[in-house]
Design a protein around this ligand. Structure first.
Ligand SMILES: Nc1ncnc2c1ncn2[C@@H]1O[C@H](COP(=O)(O)OP(=O)(O)OP(=O)(O)O)[C@@H](O)[C@H]1O
Ligand SMILES: [Mg+2]
Length: 559
């Protein structure tokens, strides 16, 4: 492990890193920082929570002089919350150097952003939609940009963002450094990415499993109608410090957050139909611990770094294995341990197995927590809270009444009643959720499997964009941003291709990046199609009889 002093960084940057409490570089930092400082284009892949932000942030800020008044670097992220968070980290890293950076994202007052731009920031961190808005208004010019980063690159180059990214990159000088980072980098996305990069170096520190190693992964098989009960028992049993519960749609998230509140949990929901003020408020409450449970759509799946998240619960399974990796990666970060639970309805077992194959990780089956376990967990926590109070708090004001009560009532009875009050139990609250259809592992044509070595029809993702049936056109953005609960599919991403196999470019598996500087390849990797009922034996899987999209709302990422 390297210390940061070994990278030849300027003292003011080093000082900021020390201030952040970073002692040693993480593996991705160790590999990416020297290359990025040298100006190479990069594709960087490393597990969730391993410091990719600083891996691109440190070299990026090192190249900028304080006096410069031009926009020299642009970092793009798929969600507003992530733009805000990355801007904060860049702000911390440039604290002593005194660079100016600004977050630019949808939902925030544009006038305020324009005022911010008048301070001549050198670094812009933004979501694509709002960036384009500023570009069109000529409040942002990209003519001087020297460094571009796509954080969560695979998400950014996925259908919903591709056009925006292309339009933005066209405006940036050819002579520039471009860096892509993500924990997941499906091979066809890499191919697509090459469009924007010049002789990129692959830096991949992905060991066998793409999910982070410190996450304990389990699943519970549970019928749709019993999921809520299972959730409340699970939370009681596990008593997380902070938990993120992922639901498939906005409606689901609303109903879950409300249901949890009714049952006495301190929970709130995050999704793209909320105003930005509401979104900010929810994130703030979660970050400062005034709520314990954040219920969210995939808008919270990528990049968010909230310390103290001990649990991620997939109330609904995610559509893509990638999404699974990112969702559970909200815990087990920066060397800490975490626990991920997934609820799987009986008809979704195939989908779970697909996730296991892609992530090359077995997810442990566990029984539904029993009522007794739930009660025990809850009582344990209540007892802990009570004892902490016994030790620390100033209780004199209460002692008079305590003595009086003890004279009149049995002490065990009294304490039990107090505990019941403290647990905030409201088991009787009846919660009815609108049922969601099960997610299915979609079957795709197998012609483009890895062994045939054939390129997928229409060039993988690109085929969808231009392919027959993709006439939803501008609908991508619309869907992403406005999808109402339930119907919020991300623009026909799956059925726009008009054929079974156009999107199947996801065929050559994770890892094993040729040219990887780390040599971290681990054999053939996963060989199936992204959504297909993949088969690791390379035999073609059967074609879909219909291609109805069951894609959940992956909405609201930007605007
Ligand atoms: N060298 C380091 N030493 C200690 N902590 C670090 C170091 N580098 C980064 N961190 C901390 O680790 C946490 C995770 O970092 P970061 O958010 O950059 O991860 P990531 O790899 O981008 O994850 P994701 O794939 O989820 O986006 C942050 O809280 C960050 O401050
Ligand atoms: Mg990140």
């Amino acid at each position: 492990m390297k210390t940061f002093a070994e990278f030849g960084l300027e003292p003011k940057v080093l000082q900021a890193i020390t201030e952040l409490g970073f002692e040693e570089a993480t593996p991705i930092q160790e590999q990416a920082i020297p290359l990025a400082m040298a100006g190479t284009d990069l594709i960087g892949q490393a597990q969730t929570g391993t410091g990719k932000t600083a891996a691109f942030g440190i070299p990026l800020i090192s190249k900028i002089a304080r006096e410069d008044e031009r926009i020299l670097a642009l970092i793009m992220t798929p969600t507003r919350e992530l733009a805000i968070q990355v801007a904060e980290e860049i702000g911390k890293l440039t604290r002593f150097k005194g660079l100016r950076s600004l977050a630019i994202y949808g939902g925030q007052d544009i006038g305020r952003q324009i005022r911010g731009l008048k301070r001549k920031p050198q670094i812009i961190i933004g979501t694509p939609g709002r960036l384009l808005d500023h570009i069109n208004r000529k409040t942002i010019r990209l003519d001087d940009v020297q460094t571009i980063v796509l954080d969560e690159a695979d998400e950014m180059l996925d259908m919903g963002f591709m056009e925006d990214i292309q339009s933005i990159l066209k405006l940036v000088p050819e002579e520039r450094q471009t860096m892509l980072f993500s924990a997941t980098m499906p091979p066809n996305i890499q191919r697509l990415a090459q469009q924007f990069l010049k002789n990129p170096q692959h830096v991949s520190v992905i060991p066998k499993q793409i999910s982070a190693p410190l996450i304990d992964q389990a699943y519970v098989e549970v019928p749709e109608r019993q999921k809520f009960e299972a959730l409340s028992r699970l939370i009681d049993m596990e008593s997380p410090d902070l938990a993120i519960v992922f639901g498939r749609t906005k409606r689901r998230v609303d109903e879950l957050a409300e249901g949890l509140q009714k049952r006495g949990y301190s929970a709130d929901g995050l999704h793209g139909d909320l105003s930005q003020n509401q979104r900010d408020a929810v994130m703030r409450k979660f970050r400062d611990g005034s709520i314990d449970v954040l219920v969210a759509t995939d808008v919270a799946a990528r990049g968010l770094d909230v310390s103290g998240v001990t649990h991620v619960i997939n109330f609904d399974l995610p559509q893509d294995p990638e999404s699974y990796v990112h969702r559970i990666g909200r815990t087990g970060r920066a060397g800490k341990e975490g626990t991920a639970w997934s609820f799987v309805t009986p008809r979704e077992m195939d989908h779970l197995h697909l996730i296991e194959r892609v992530t090359r990780h077995r997810i442990t089956r566990k029984p539904l927590p029993t009522m007794a376990e739930a009660i025990e967990g809850k009582q344990r926590i209540t007892a802990e809270r009570l004892l902490a109070m016994v030790e620390d708090a100033e209780l004199n004001e209460y002692k008079g009444i305590a003595i009086q009560l003890l004279e009149q009532y049995d002490s065990v009875q009294l304490l039990s009643a107090a505990m019941k009050l403290l647990t905030g139990d409201n088991k009787d609250a009846q919660i009815e959720l609108t049922p969601e259809d099960p997610i299915r592992a979609k079957r795709r044509g197998g012609k483009n499997d890895i062994r045939s070595g054939r390129k997928p029809n229409g060039g993988g993702y690109g085929g969808n964009r231009t392919g027959p049936g993709s006439g939803s056109g501008g609908g991508y953005r619309g869907n992403r941003d406005n999808a109402s609960s339930g119907g919020g599919y991300r623009g026909n991403r799956d059925n726009a291709s008009g054929g079974g196999s156009t999107r199947g470019g996801y065929s050559s598996g994770y890892g094993g990046n040729s040219g990887s500087t780390s040599g971290s390849s681990y054999g053939g990797g996963y060989k199936g199609n992204r959504d297909g009922a993949s088969r690791t034996d390379g035999r073609p899987s059967s074609r879909p009889s219909s291609s109805t999209s069951t894609r959940p709302a992956k909405q609201d990422f930007d605007a």
